[in-house]
Design a protein around this ligand. Sequence first.
Ligand SMILES: NC(=O)C1=CN([C@@H]2O[C@H](COP(=O)(O)OP(=O)(O)OC[C@H]3O[C@@H](n4cnc5c(N)ncnc54)[C@H](O)[C@@H]3O)[C@@H](O)[C@H]2O)C=CC1
Ligand SMILES: O=C(O)C(=O)Cc1ccc(O)cc1
Length: 363
Amino acid sequence: MKTIGFIGLGLIGGSIVKTIRKYHSDYRILAYDQDRETLASAVSSNMIDAVCEEHDERFAGCDYIFLCAPVEFNVQYLEYFKDHLGPNTILTDVGSVKGIIHKEVERLGMESCFIGGHPMAGSEKTGFESSSDRLLENAYYIITPGGEIPLDRLTDFTELISSLGAIPMVLTSEEHDFITAGVSHLPHIIASALVNLVSMLDSDQEYMKTIAAGGFRDITRIASSSPIMWEQICVENNKNISNVLDDYIRLLIQIRCFVDNKDSQSLYQMFANSRDYRDSIDVVDSGLLKKAYVLYLDIADEAGGIATIATILALEKISIKNIGIIHNREFEEGVLKIEFYDGSSMEKGAALLKKRNYIVYER
Ligand SMILES: NC(=O)C1=CN([C@@H]2O[C@H](COP(=O)(O)OP(=O)(O)OC[C@H]3O[C@@H](n4cnc5c(N)ncnc54)[C@H](O)[C@@H]3O)[C@@H](O)[C@H]2O)C=CC1
Ligand SMILES: O=C(O)C(=O)Cc1ccc(O)cc1
């Protein structure tokens, strides 16, 4: 039996708590969040065993403490925990930037009790109510150990992460911050800039907003993410982000030249290269861009249609992750999009629906 403490019970803290409850129902979970309603909802759903204060002696009795607030607030907690950890407590965090917290860990001489962490899973949603015991499933969980962490403590922590269904990957904090600047931080900036550009260019009638098609929606979903979280990430990883933005801006200028010059060959090559690389990412089941198990179905857009399909699948115990009508007419007919949790559920679902004469598209 272990005791695990949490500071911050939002999307990520809440998801880790729920996953621990699922796989280690005997573990004791203590938590503090600055939002009292969040704590109340974690207690009422029986996800935590005790509510702590911000500075609470009970944290010293924990085997692990997870810092799950926005990055700069996590860093601020180190000062308190420096003198309030038990001899065997390991402090860890889930922040999207690792350099800054490791620098503070070194300054405070906490390298023997700190292991940095970052689950490469999440979404644009925030808060405990959006958290899920499936978020970590098959996601890479980057681990950045402090320089003086004993090997057996690192092994124990890695095993805890694996036991939650995630895939541990050990990196240095420098490697982490360089990599995530490119594959996570820059994409969020691009999404935000694109949405703001369209908002700026759109007319009073908002035609652009109204007809924005699947492509725009796909690449801008993450523009709905938490502003405070992303403001802090950009500030704390500013050098890596600035470098990758430079590369990106150079690329955009080059693309503008291709367009100005009607350089068909270069434009074709650009789209062909990106298609090939993007397609190669999706075949990796547990990459950062998790494979989505999605079917599309022609149905009349009318009352009862969705319920019938949900019932057909439920009777065969096939769980649906997400279901909804696509209204943007990217498809010809009324199209229902159904997302499943895994490949085998998707295949079973497709077979079942085809047997019932539904027209099923697998893309
Ligand atoms: N959102 C995502 O997809 C991912 C986020 N992360 C990292 O996880 C951390 C948390 O992010 P989310 O869970 O997404 O955010 P969230 O906004 O869903 O949750 C943050 C929680 O921390 C609480 N909080 C804020 N300041 C606090 C403070 N000073 N003391 C105690 N509690 C405080 C809030 O009340 C909230 O419940 C961040 O460091 C972020 O970089 C890591 C991976 C993915
Ligand atoms: O929603 C998405 O696709 C994300 O990219 C989620 C995400 C946000 C922040 C991270 O540090 C890691 C993952």
